[in-house]
Design a protein around this ligand. Structure first.
Ligand code: SF4
Length: 452
């Protein structure tokens, strides 16, 4: 925190950038509505176009272009942006955020009920969306993308319409990506810093309207802040400022520590998501499917291999002929469930042991935040695989990809290792650190085996 001053110091370039965001909120809104138009067009129009054949390209076919824009550019770069700029995507660019806030400004303005504030929603929403997306192959079929993204947008509008007054209740409590974004942004080297002394010393002003319902005065980091910049310069106490990447994790106030964050991190981001990224190229998945099929055939049970379901339950495309059988669907669920349990339990077990060795079992949840870099790397390498596959079909291949992947995996391990070391108490630290690293090493090994 900065020291209180009687006359404010000249503001740095970064601070002036934040102030500029507050001054030009109108221009930001225009851009946000531009994003809404582009998003709605890309999510809806391709669903009514024919599936392209092999002669079409990203640059001459809207279906392929939208696929590349959503899954090749949007998702991976949004994840990376969280690590670089905090949740600026949410506060400045996200079309759903813009729409839900608009709906909330014109809607019923009801109080937010207790059930909606439950901290487990981001985990539940993330897992459901990820699993359902794989079941209907959201990355390939525009109708599936319209169903998932469209349903999310409709829910964002409905929640905005019912709850809050100009707030982003959806983003704060329910958005399937909000928990992930909140965790990743805690590593960012930028944040809106609040000087508590300057705040107290400043004359009273109108309260700043923070759309995602952050208590600006007491906010200490990036988790909930969407970096919209509207509070920049408020009471001469709020400043866009640099910080050491990851320092928020090592200085997390107790009120911010949530077991649900760690459940999302271990079972969701490291577990379900890794299963979702890897199943289609996994020899384990093939072995599982063949093993179950063999047993079924031996018992004369053929239906699970010949039965399909409507496309909105399980992939079933007339145009490409791609159909998932009940067996495919069941193996998919088993693989992602197994992945969630394996990564989740190894990670949690390691953290619990580390906390015990350190002499404070309650430190388990706080320690969990040290695994954010490794989970982040998993998401980045997984999502960028899709980008590279899409570019590969266009003949664009990068020779340096294996080295880049290895470097990223190493970075995730080292960064998590450093954070875990700082989070552990001195008591039996080396031993506790080894235990805490179990989840990191297991996750990195799974990716290394998958790629190399
Ligand atoms: S605390 Fe709220 S108002 Fe301030 S930058 Fe973050 S999201 Fe915007």
């Amino acid at each position: 925190m900065m020291a209180a001053t009687s006359s404010p110091l000249p503001r740095s370039r970064l601070a002036r950038l934040g102030d500029g965001m507050a001054r030009h909120a109108g221009a930001i809104q225009v851009m946000q509505w531009g994003m809404v138009v582009v998003y709605l067009a890309l999510v809806s129009i391709p669903a009514f176009l024919p599936v392209p054949d092999d002669s079409r390209h990203i640059w001459d076919d809207l279906v392929l272009f939208a696929q590349f824009a959503f899954w090749g550019v949007w998702w991976p770069f949004v994840m990376v942006s969280m690590l670089v700029m905090g949740r600026a995507w949410c506060g400045v660019f996200c079309p759903e955020g813009t729409m839900t806030e608009w709906a909330s400004r014109h809607g019923l303005g009801r109080a937010i009920p207790a059930w909606l504030r439950w901290r487990g929603w981001p985990f539940v929403a993330f897992v459901c969306t990820t699993v359902y997306g794989q079941m209907i192959t959201v990355y390939e079929y525009p109708k599936a993308a319209l169903l998932i993204l469209g349903a999310s947008t409709v829910m964002a509008l409905a929640v905005g319409w019912i709850y809050g007054r100009g707030h982003r209740v959806w983003c704060r409590y329910l958005c399937p990506a909000s928990g992930v974004f909140s965790l990743l942004s805690r590593l960012a080297p930028l944040h809106f810093q609040v000087d508590a002394q300057a705040w107290r010393a400043a004359p009273r002003q109108h309260a700043v309207q923070c759309a995602p319902l952050v208590d600006v005065r007491s906010q200490t980091g990036g988790g909930g802040c969407q970096m919209c910049g509207r509070c920049s310069g408020h009471r001469d106490a709020v400043t866009l400022a640099p910080r050491l990447p990851g320092i928020e994790v090592t200085h997390l106030p107790q009120r911010e520590v949530s077991p649900w964050d760690i459940v999302l991190l271990l079972f969701g981001m490291m577990g379900v998501a890794t299963g979702a990224f890897q199943w289609s190229g996994s020899p384990l998945f093939v072995a599982l499917k063949q093993g179950v099929a063999t047993v079924l055939i031996e018992h004369g049970i053929i239906a699970p291999m010949t039965t399909s379901l409507p496309w909105w339950i399980l992939t079933n495309s007339d145009e490409t002929g791609e159909v998932f059988s009940l067996l495919d669907g069941a193996c998919l669920l088993a693989y992602m469930g197994g992945s969630a349990l394996a990564f989740g339990l190894v990670g949690l077990g390691g953290l619990a042991l580390a906390a015990r060795l350190g002499g404070d079992v309650k430190a388990l949840w706080r320690l969990g935040y040290g695994l954010i870099p490794q989970a982040a790397v998993g998401l980045v390498v997984g999502l960028s695989s899709m980008t590279l596959t899409q570019l590969g079909t266009e003949g664009i291949i990068f020779a340096w990809v294996p080295e880049a992947r290895a470097a990223l995996l190493a970075l995730g391990m080292v960064w998590s290792g450093v954070l875990l070391w700082s989070l552990l108490p001195p008591r039996r630290r080396p031993l506790a650190w080894l235990a805490a690293m179990a989840g990191v090493l297991f996750h990195a090994t799974a990716w290394a085996l998958f790629f190399f």
